[in-house]
Design a protein around this ligand. Structure first.
Ligand code: NAD
Length: 283
């Protein structure tokens, strides 16, 4: 179904009637915060060789074979995230907690749902704002300041000679060898296990909700792409807000930052307008 007034009304009715809501987001929810998606025209896949993003082996081999390309790639990923602010879609999703029991499941690594004040966020592909030690269970938070510092270091590294040492020096707030071993951003690359316990909790939340709102995902990344199927199989209604016709669910066609506030307004009325409630409440 297209994003006409009927579709919005129907989606609003579903949302209004639901108690437990899962909001499942992909790169599209952050596109209007200035973070490129993977598969759109200006996306990461178009701008960089795929082996760089495909997994740690490709990434690490590039350290020695093409450090300049790697600097550009790291900047392409990190710089927009370091500078991004939550947009109207992130904020609407956070406001939904005032009326519904909400779990946000995100494929994104940008931390924008938390910054918009969503309180229960499952990051099934990890986050740039944490590092992990290779082969160990130790994880440490990475601050926004540290990410910003890495960006400034990478910008300098791109201009200078000796790109490899400059790249490693620039990335040391997020990546490097220390007393506890090799530290790297705690993000899931292709072929890796999903981030736990978040993914197991995401599976349970998808089976337990009565409404799933899918926002800005191409549905091409497995096994994340199975979550809407799981929700439907468990009896939930699925609403899909985005630019591309989804495989499943009621389609609201348009941009996330326009659709999510409109859906909330239609479903829950002006009580959900920004700034009208001071305390989150749960029904
Ligand atoms: P994708 O790049 O495969 O697809 C993006 C989807 O968002 C497309 O369907 C596109 O039409 C839609 N879209 C683009 N702009 C939109 C907008 N303004 N409003 C609504 N929809 C819009 O992204 P994916 O499905 O999330 O899978 C890519 C993988 O890359 C994910 O695993 C994710 O972790 C990662 N990724 C994350 C970020 C981030 O953290 N912000 C950015 C890029 C990629």
């Amino acid at each position: 179904m297209r994003n006409d007034a009927d579709a919005l009304k129907k989606a609003a009715g579903i949302l209004r009637a639901s108690r437990k809501v899962v909001v499942f987001t992909g790169a599209g929810v952050s596109a209007e915060s200035g973070i490129p998606t993977f598969r759109d025209a200006e996306g990461i896949w178009e701008r960089f060789p795929r082996f760089l993003a495909a997994g740690w082996p490709g990434f690490l081999s590039a350290v020695f074979t093409s450090p300049r390309e790697l600097i550009d790639f790291c900047l392409g990923i990190i710089e927009p995230i370091a500078e991004a602010e939550p947009n109207a879609a992130h904020r609407a999703i956070a406001r939904l907690e005032r009326s519904k029991e909400v779990v946000v499941i995100t494929q994104n690594i940008d931390g924008l749902h938390q910054r918009a004040s969503s309180s229960r966020v499952l990051e099934i592909h990890g986050t740039l704002f944490r590092s992990a030690y290779l082969g160990r269970r130790i994880k440490t938070p990475v601050s926004r300041e540290a990410v910003g510092k890495a960006v400034r270091g990478l910008r300098k590294a791109r201009r200078g000679r000796l790109p490899l040492p400059r790249l490693l020096w620039a990335m040391r707030p997020m990546l490097g060898i220390g007393l506890r071993g090799l530290r790297h951003p705690d993000v899931v690359l292709f072929g890796q296990m999903m981030a736990e316990p978040d993914f197991s909790q995401a599976v349970r939340a998808s089976q337990d909700c009565d409404c799933m709102i899918v926002v800005g995902t191409s549905g091409m990344v497995f096994p994340a792409s199975e979550l809407p199927r799981l929700a439907i199989a468990s009896g939930a209604e699925v609403i899909a807000a985005g630019l591309e016709k989804p495989e499943l669910g009621l389609w609201l066609e348009g941009s996330a930052a326009t659709l999510l506030p409109a859906l909330l307004e239609e479903a829950l009325g002006s009580e959900e307008a920004p700034g009208t409630a001071t305390e989150p409440s749960r029904n």
